[in-house]
Design a protein around this ligand. Structure first.
Ligand code: NDP
Length: 286
């Protein structure tokens, strides 16, 4: 066989992007499977996104991840948008099919895979409460709705933002999604199966912050999930554990969005254990 010195390229565009750990887990996965692929973490300012996507086409890149501030702006530069990403209105993963660039959103799908694989919870028929109405909440609520959740209650501080998101997603998915403004303390009812923090409360450096909720009435066995992954052991996760409730941390969602990205790009099953270990090493958690 003739030598092949040409690597397949994927990567991540964002600003800031230097602390994004996805490259560490993707590179570990490529090495584990002996793939000559490279993941480039590239700082791309908002006004350079168009040229960067032209670069993706010119370099024949197999795909890219998008992070702040490109997840919405990238839509107009792509050839097709996957139905779920169109509902969410944001793309975090681009994949190539022939000459076409297709926009996907793997954030909510990553959350869902973690829910099923790590927490062993099937969302169909379950009652969810999602705190937050930003990008992460949008992706999670969309996938929960499409997966057949029987009730998704969104609780958000900004009433206008919460109402707008819920009206939009309820009309697009035809699923039972409701909104409630966040009172001074939100008391979790005893019919809730899964509580998800999709706000940025608890994110580094604000690590002692905790969503204003009361879980004393929560049913035994209610799963408490956090999208915040830095640190993975948030005040919310710790409080839930102390209350004897099962938990799912933000690393789960992060690793599975990468796993799904790997599968979309390479067409191969991802070495999940390798990716989880690489991510934990990259973030310095045991
Ligand atoms: P956004 O900025 O889009 O949304 C932030 C949300 O948090 C809003 O709903 C906002 O409410 C709410 N919020 C922030 N501060 C407070 C507060 N003090 N009290 C009440 N509500 C508050 O952020 P994203 O949705 O993009 O990200 C949210 C979190 O999810 C981040 O920590 C991010 O790192 C994490 N994330 C994790 C991923 C993973 O793979 N694990 C993937 C993507 C995101 P309001 O509307 O009232 O301002």
């Amino acid at each position: 066989m003739p030598a092949n010195f040409r690597a397949e390229l994927v990567g991540c565009f964002g600003q800031p992007v230097a602390e994004n750990p996805t490259g560490a887990m993707q590179e570990a996965a490529f090495q584990a499977l002996g793939l000559n692929w490279r993941y480039l973490t590239v700082e791309v300012p908002a006004e350079q996104l168009r040229d960067a996507i032209t670069g993706v086409r010119a370099f024949g890149m197999r795909g890219v991840n998008l992070t702040i501030p490109h997840k919405v702006a990238v839509l107009e530069h792509l050839d097709h948008i996957a139905p779920e990403a169109a509902i969410i209105g944001a793309v975090n993963t681009v994949r190539r099919e022939g000459d076409c660039l297709i926009g996907e959103n793997t954030d909510g799908k990553g959350f869902l895979r973690g829910l099923r694989q790590d927490a062993k919870v099937e969302p169909k028929g379950k009652h969810f409460v999602v705190l937050g109405a930003g990008g992460a909440a949008r992706a999670i609520v969309t996938e929960l709705a499409l997966a057949g959740a029987s009730d998704v209650l969104v609780v958000n501080r900004s009433i206008a933002r919460g109402e707008e998101m819920v009206a939009d997603l309820a009309s697009k998915t035809k699923a039972p999604i409701r909104f409630q403004p966040w009172p001074s303390v939100y008391s979790v009812a005893d019919d809730v199966d899964v509580l998800v923090n999709a706000t940025s409360i608890g994110l580094y450096p604000d690590v002692d912050s905790m969503p204003a909720i009361d879980i004393r009435k929560a049913r035994p066995g209610m799963l408490v999930c956090d999208a915040v992954f830095n640190p993975p052991e948030t005040s919310l996760i710790r409080a839930a554990r102390e209350h004897g409730l099962p938990v799912l941390d933000g690393l789960s969602m992060l690793v599975y969005q990468g796993v799904i990205g790997f599968e979309l790009w390479t067409g191969q099953g991802a070495p999940e254990i390798v990716m989880k270990a690489a991510l934990r090493r990259a973030l310095g958690v045991g």
